[in-house]
Write a protein that binds this ligand. Structure first.
Ligand code: 5GP
Length: 116
């Protein structure tokens, strides 16, 4: 569990405005402020988890909920046909800049593999 305050906690509390896409008791989803694709949504758990490194068996439901939410949003937004990519950057070297677990849901353009 994270003890620290961070940007995404402030967003969830409404202290920093965000373009909400979806919310339930477990997760909050909002548009990325600097979109890397025509559709770029961040899905975050309400639980104070810093990132994938923190997860234990006790977090299996919430970890799964991130993926299920991505799948549901992809259907609702009509992303299935064109394809989409889900990314969880973990650690600075991998590009994680906010220390709160978040899944990027990206769509609307072609993506390269392997990612740069
Ligand atoms: P990371 O680099 O940690 O995987 O992803 C953090 C993401 O948060 C980045 O894609 C960045 O554009 C996004 N971001 C940073 N600050 C804000 C903000 O104030 N509002 C929103 N909506 N997104 C933000």
């Amino acid at each position: 569990m994270s003890q620290n305050d961070n940007l995404f906690k402030k967003i969830m509390r409404g202290e920093i405005p965000s373009a909400k896409v979806y919310e339930d008791e477990d997760v909050y989803a909002f548009k990325d402020i600097a979109p890397a694709a025509p559709t770029h949504i961040l899905i975050i758990p309400k639980a104070p988890l810093d990132g994938l490194n923190e997860l234990t068996d006790a977090d299996a439901l919430i970890a799964g909920k991130l993926l299920v939410t991505a799948s549901k949003l992809a259907k609702e937004l009509g992303l299935e046909a064109g394809g989409y990519r889900c990314v969880i950057n973990t650690g600075e070297a991998a590009g994680q800049t906010v220390p709160h677990l978040h899944l990027h849901l990206l769509s609307g353009r072609d993506f390269r593999w392997p990612p740069g």
